[in-house]
Ligand binder design. Structure first.
Ligand code: NAP
Length: 331
């Protein structure tokens, strides 16, 4: 590699954030104590957390200048880690990448090898980044439902349905034989129907203060919206149902009562994909490769160049995007 490369660098000047594609010196890449792996990044992807960090809408990034991008896929260029060698195709998600450690909106990235997963055989780099963090989060959410004895044939509500986590949750649940009810703010149902959604509920139906208990509507839910929506989900979940909370696109607060828990035996489970150990990620990647069809990935992916990331981040926070926004670097 050359001594410099291009990256999207976020700076803060007079309390205003500014991101632009610029030349970065190779020496600027962070090195951990040992086991560093240098990766030529082929693709990154825009996540909700990136959008919060890039725009300053959330306090995600606190040191500047900084290279954001919570995930990337690419080829190993140099490795001090025994498990990786030049040419290996790897994916990195979580572990503070793009938050505390320089991330994937960059032609090169350097991370400890024990944050990396080799791609399952037969999975392309582009398909892998399309799945990325939302795919991992969705499979962990579905596994939480399975663990709580929610079975195929039962009805599962998915909120934030057209987003990354929502889209993968729908596609996986549908493939496994669950009935999917989607809550969305979008008016055109075609995107969601193609993923396997059977019934659609307007986002507004789950907004406003929740009643302690409401009419029972669904057996389980995967929620990436939080806030009032999560309160309303809890009060409408059927007897002994399970609600999986994985996001806050609608708010971080939760106002509820104990009634859904003590009168209906409803369970509330939290999901974090960021700090999951690599062993669990490897199993999850194999399962995702098996469960997510290429046609589904093609349907949900939208590709952008690096310089377009700040504009798309604003659109993401306005709730205008659907599916996955993949960022092309080398390809
Ligand atoms: N726990 C974890 O490990 C983990 C991992 C990944 C992501 N997350 C979190 O999960 C959430 C979703 O992430 P994502 O990558 O799927 O984001 P995304 O692609 O932006 O999707 C979010 C979706 O939520 C809906 N939405 C947007 N603004 C909303 C609002 N104000 N009120 C209600 N709904 C709104 C929209 O879907 P509709 O238009 O269809 O309603 C939107 O597409 C984020 O909060 C993210 O931080 C958590």
């Amino acid at each position: 590699m050359h001594d410099t490369f291009q990256a999207l660098v976020l700076n803060r000047e007079e309390n205003r954030l500014h991101a632009e594609v610029t030349e970065v010196k190779r020496d600027a890449l962070p090195r951990e104590e040992d086991g560093n792996v240098l990766v030529e990044v082929h693709y990154s992807a825009l996540n909700y957390k990136d959008a919060l960090g890039l725009t300053g809408a959330g306090a995600i990034i606190n040191e500047f200048p900084f290279i954001p991008g919570c995930e990337f896929v690419g080829k190993v260029v140099e490795s001090d880690h025994l498990d990786f060698k030049e040419g290996d195709e790897v994916i990195a998600t979580g572990f503070g990448i793009g938050e505390r450690h320089f991330g994937g909106f960059s032609h090169y990235a350097q991370v400890p090898g024990n944050w990396l997963v080799k791609l399952p055989k037969g999975l392309s780099m582009r398909d892998a980044i399309t799945i990325g963090t939302p795919g991992l989060t969705a499979i962990f959410a579905v596994e939480a439902l399975e663990h709580e004895q929610i079975h195929p044939g039962q009805e599962v509500l998915v909120t934030g349905a057209s987003g990354g986590v929502g889209s993968f949750a729908i596609a996986i649940l549908h493939k496994l034989g669950y009935h999917v009810l989607a809550s969305t703010g979008k008016t055109d149902p075609a995107y969601l129907r193609a993923l396997g959604v059977e019934n659609i509920m307007a986002r507004s139906e789950l907004e406003g203060p929740a009643r302690p208990l409401d009419k029972q509507r669904f057996d389980a839910a995967i929620d990436s919206v939080g806030g009032e929506t999560l309160g309303n989900i809890l009060s409408r979940t059927r007897y002994e149902g399970t609600v999986v909370a994985c996001g806050l696109a609608g708010g971080h607060e939760l106002h509820t009562t104990v009634y859904p828990f003590i009168l209906r035996g409803v369970r509330l489970i939290g999901i974090d994909s960021v700090m999951q150990p690599v062993s669990r990620r490897m199993t999850a990647w194999e399962r995702l490769h098996e469960l997510v069809d290429e046609t589904v990935l093609k349907h949900m992916v939208h590709e952008i160049p690096l310089h377009d990331v700040p504009r798309q981040a604003e659109a993401m926070l306005r709730g205008e995007l659907s599916g996955r926004t993949v960022v092309r670097l080398h390809s």
